[in-house]
Design a protein. Structure first.
Length: 486
């Protein structure tokens, strides 16, 4: 049938005065054309909705990291009208005077400024003091090793003493350079070229990047036994956190896995994201406690014996995405329920009193009612997203989230019954985030070995920070082979 725009008023008038069969055929074609337009409009609206969702996704309504928000102004979580400055409970860092200064400079009173009388010989009544903290310019200490040469008076053989085992070249850098290189590269993420430049500016000596890489490799080798000890401690923990993120190595995307708790951190680099990588690390396959994660399917494999707990923060963001773009009431109700439970969980940790069982049962019943009501909202529209798509129809994000919440109810709400299980997986996300910072500052890894060495050392440094140990002195002890967690 012609489109309506191709019919002239005269043609339409002729059809209206024609035979009933002609009028019926025209109306039938018109209805078919309208139905076709309606289907096309629905398809276009669906596509627009999908594109709007993709463009509007941020770290507040999806699993995207905050770094992907770009220049968008983030929504402040602070309440207006509150006090400025450090948050409540922050101890702060104030420079305080010490009892034993390295140097004392006296400033004497020689003349009275009021009457100009000399006070040189007047006895002092005391003093006031102020201290100035300064950082001296670094100085390189060069130690020359000399081995004695002698000739045996009995057999006339020439003999020479042995150099220390760690002195293997005519001129070489000592352990202090190794500790500084590790500290600057792995903790502060300085690229090797900038570390070389920094050393040259401060000392006049510029070690090559190859030298620095060899130093990092030596530290990684010494830390390897410590990582085994870290893994042993993690397996004993009642609750662990796990996460993974992409890592660019040799121009390809590989995966960085982390398993951690509040005291220990273990990183692992692998080309796979799933079960193969998890099994190769060897920590989770023998773990029997509770693992907090982001619902990655590989963690639910039947071979693993640990209990699951899902990250509530991820669920809140996904609910917010449904609220923003689908306007479902059930997502708002579920978000309110999770936030209410999170508040009581924090109060539980502060007061030391568990949540009353009656409240827990009420939350679980509300949880079920919300999903029952939500099913009416997330039922997928019978019309296809696009006329060219075939096969099984893709579910909406709301339907996927709702079914996931239904299947993993006990896993989602585990934090309200177990005092050791937190509401979110933020601990693992913080551990992962620092490795993403490394890529932004220093770029990608050029070799697989370099990425593995960096991950091994970074896990050790993360553990040091969690245990409030001094990082530089600990690295120095590692270099000297003297460090031990025990």
């Amino acid at each position: 049938m012609k489109t309506l725009m191709k019919y002239t008023p005269k043609q339409i008038d002729e059809i209206s005065h024609g035979k009933p069969s002609e009028i019926a055929a025209f109306i039938t074609g018109l209805l078919l054309y309208i139905e076709k337009l309606e289907n096309h409009i629905v398809t276009l609206e669906t596509r627009v909705k999908v594109l709007e969702r993709q463009v509007g996704l941020t770290s507040t309504n999806s699993s995207k990291p905050p770094s992907s928000d770009g220049l968008r102004k983030p929504k402040s979580l602070r309440e207006t009208g509150g006090k400025k400055g450090a948050p409540k409970g922050n101890d702060g860092h104030t420079l305080e005077m010490i009892d034993q200064p390295d140097e004392i400079k006296w400033h004497k009173v020689k003349v009275c400024p009021h009457c100009e009388t000399s006070l040189t010989d007047v006895r002092s009544e005391g003093y006031a003091r102020r201290q100035v903290f300064d950082l001296p310019f670094p100085r390189t200490v060069v130690t020359e090793h000399r081995v004695e040469k002698k000739c045996c008076p009995h057999c006339s053989a020439h003999q020479q003493a042995s150099f220390p085992e760690n002195v293997i070249a005519p001129a070489q850098y000592r352990d202090g350079w190794t500790a500084w290189c590790t500290y600057l590269n792995v903790f502060h993420y300085l690229p090797l070229e900038r570390i070389s430049q920094l050393f040259q500016d401060l000392t006049g000596y510029r070690p090559s990047e190859a030298t620095l890489l060899n130093r990092l490799a030596s530290v990684s080798k010494k830390i390897e036994p410590l990582n085994i000890y870290i893994q042993e401690q993690l397996v004993k923990s009642p609750v662990l956190h796990a996460d993974e993120t992409g890592l660019r190595i040799e121009g390809k995307t590989q995966w960085l896995h982390v398993v951690s708790n509040s005291e220990w951190t273990l990183y692992h680099v692998h080309k796979n994201r799933g079960k193969i990588a998890i099994d190769e690390r060897g920590c989770l396959p023998i773990y029997r406690g509770t693992l907090v994660h982001d619902c990655w399917a590989s963690y639910f494999h039947a071979d693993y014996s640990f209990t699951h707990a899902l990250c509530g923060a991820h669920l809140l963001r996904e609910c917010q995405g449904i609220i923003d773009y689908d306007h479902h009431q059930w997502a708002t109700d579920m978000k309110n329920l999770l936030q209410e439970a999170c508040y009581h969980k924090k109060k539980w940790g502060h007061d030391g009193k568990p949540i009353e069982n009656a409240i827990v049962l009420d939350w679980e019943q509300r949880y079920d009612r919300i999903l029952e009501q939500g099913e009416k909202e997330w039922i997928t529209n019978s019309k296809p997203d696009a006329p060219t798509k075939r096969g099984r129809k893709k579910k909406s994000k709301a339907a996927n989230l709702g079914e996931r919440l239904r299947i993993h109810k006990s896993t989602v709400l585990r934090f309200i019954r177990d005092e050791h299980v937190p509401f979110d997986n933020n601990l693992a996300e913080r551990d992962i985030r620092m490795m993403k910072v490394k890529q932004k500052v220093s770029g990608t890894f050029r070799k697989q070995e370099g990425a593995e060495e960096f991950a091994r050392i970074r896990g050790f440094i993360s553990t040091l920070r969690k245990q409030n140990r001094d990082i530089f002195s600990s690295l120095t002890s590692v270099v000297h082979g003297q460090f031990s967690f025990e």
